[in-house]
Each structure stands twice: as C-alpha cells, then as structure tokens.
Design a protein around this ligand. Structure first.
Ligand SMILES: [Zn+2]
Length: 303
C-alpha cells in the first residue's frame, strides 16, 4: 500500500488577506522545494504527494509542523489492482436501492429469536427464514443489494454463479415483500463466520446481564491515515471467501435493530464480481488490514 497525502498550510491569526496568501504561498513553495524528490503537485492552495511510504508521510508531516503555519493533512491509502486481487479480504460494497427499510426508514425485518429477557436483543445471526425487503425495480440479471444487519440480497442468477464457491460459508433463504409475496428471483445471503472486529470501534453500551453489545460506535483514532484504513484485530480462524466483520456499527433498539454490519470477500471473489459486471456491486479501493501485520510506522501513529 502507498499513500496519497494532501498538505495545506494555514497562517495562524493573520487578518490581512494579502499577507495570509503570501505566507501560505511562501511556506508551500518551501515545502515543495524541500521534498522535490517526491514530486509533489500543486493543487488549489495545497500540495499533493502521491505514492508515498508511511515513513515519508511522517517526514512531510514533521517538516510541515515546523513551518510555523498550521498544517492540515489528508492522507488516503492507495492500493494497486494486484494488492486488491491478492488480499485475503476486501469490503463487499454495494450501491442502489435501500431495500431493507420501509418508506419511513424503519427496518422491515423482525427477528424470531431473542436470547435474553433483560435486553430483549434479537439474535442477529439468526435472520428469519423468509427475509422481508422491498422488491427492487429490476430483479433480472446479476445484481446485489445490501439489506440490513449483515444480510445481502442477490438475484437467483447471481446466486447460481456464486453458490459453488460460497454456499458452505453462508446462510441463505427466500425473500418476501412487505405484503408477504415471495420473490422467487431473489435470495438472501448472510455469512456464517466472522473475521476479527475493527480495532477503531467501541462498545458504548452492553446488556448488564448477558453482555450483548447494544450500541457500538467508531472512528476514535485521531490520526487521519489510521482513521481511513480498514483495520481488524486478528487473523481469521477459517478460510471462508465471504465473511462478516467481528463487530457491527449502530444500536439495537428493542425489537427493531438496524445496524451496519460489513461483509468482506476475498480478493479473488471480488475480482469475479467485477468481471461478471454485477449490477449494484462497487469496486473496492481498500483491503482489510490485520492490525499486527501493519508496518511499525503505522503503530507509531497511534501515539
Ligand atoms: Zn441481555
């Protein structure tokens, strides 16, 4: 992985616009000159460095902090197609209709199993046999949608393509619309296994009796590069080509949970979806990183 870094220098408490501009231009020019070997590009009033090592990012950040101007950094990880293809996991991303909710934005699904009387939290790993979604406009061809709570919906045509590879690793079932009509051309899919949890998420609230998390929030890292990476705690304990991440995001309100639960797929499965030109599938631009496998220079950024 390489890093794209945007650096903007801002003069502090300078009211005069001409002086403000001149200070910024001078400092930005010095920054550009000092790191000429890294071939920064001037963009608006900022400098953009592309293809950096994490250590070079740190070097530029240190230098910028010493200019006497307030620097702001926008780093973004950049992966090659090869890195995406060979990744153990990349996010399964979709766009399109929000089929898991009614017109008021309320989840359509009701869970049959509750594991604890105190919190009344539903067992999200046990979706109802018939999963309720709004029927999408087009249900022919190869398509994927995000329903809710870790469930994805695919067309039967896409399921035929994927089943040989993923069937042992997922739960599946029929789709019904809110009126109870079965949509034979659709199938719901939910991974049976999960990889480690995202490191940058915290349990805000949990049930005192059963320990079940009731609210999980995220993005607590101050470092902008770490915030932008997808990092999970531990290696997987299985070889599933499709998997849940170990923690969801959101809250479980009584009866009607609606949480964002990421699904990840192998780099190879991702490539297959891209080659099949699956409607609704969005090409991943990031891989799922394992915390302990990240370079030392990333660990240093948490301090
Ligand atoms: Zn409980």
């Amino acid at each position: 992985m390489r890093v794209k870094l945007r650096v903007m220098l801002t003069p502090i408490s300078v009211a005069d616009l001409d002086i403000f501009q001149r200070l910024r231009e001078d400092a930005t020019a010095r920054l550009s000159e000092h790191f000429r070997r890294l071939q920064p590009i001037r963009h608006d009033q900022a400098l953009v460095f592309d293809g950096l090592e994490p250590t070079q990012v740190a070097e530029i950040e240190d230098w910028s902090r010493r200019t006497g101007l307030e620097p702001s950094f926008t780093p973004a990880p950049v992966y090659t197609d090869d890195e995406i293809r060979s990744a153990a996991y990349v996010p399964l991303l979709t766009k399109g209709e929000a089929i898991g909710m009614d017109e008021d934005g309320e989840p359509l699904i009701r869970y049959p199993t509750r594991t604890c009387d105190a919190c009344d939290a539903p067992d999200l790993t046990a979706p109802p046999e018939s999963f309720v979604v709004q029927k999408p406009k087009r249900t022919n061809g190869l398509s994927v949608w995000t329903a809710c709570n870790g469930v994805r919906v695919v067309t039967r045509a896409l399921w035929s393509e994927l089943a040989p590879e993923i069937e042992p690793w997922v739960r599946t079932g029929p789709i019904v619309d809110p009126d109870g009509n079965t949509a034979d051309e659709l199938v719901w899919v939910m991974p049976k296994f999960s990889i480690g949890p995202y490191v940058d998420r915290k349990v805000i609230r949990a049930c005192e009796r059963c320990g079940q998390p009731l609210e999980i929030r995220g993005w607590f890292f101050k470092d902008p590069l770490l915030r932008d990476l997808r990092i999970v705690e531990s290696k997987r304990a299985h070889r599933a080509p499709i998997s849940l991440v170990g923690n969801w995001f959101g809250s479980l309100r009584r009866g009607v949970p609606h949480v964002t639960w990421d699904v990840v797929i192998s780099g190879l499965l991702h490539e297959k979806l891209c080659n099949l030109r699956v409607r609704g599938h969005v090409r991943a631009e990031q891989v799922i990183n394992i915390w302990e496998d990240l370079p030392q220079s990333f660990m240093a950024r948490t301090r």
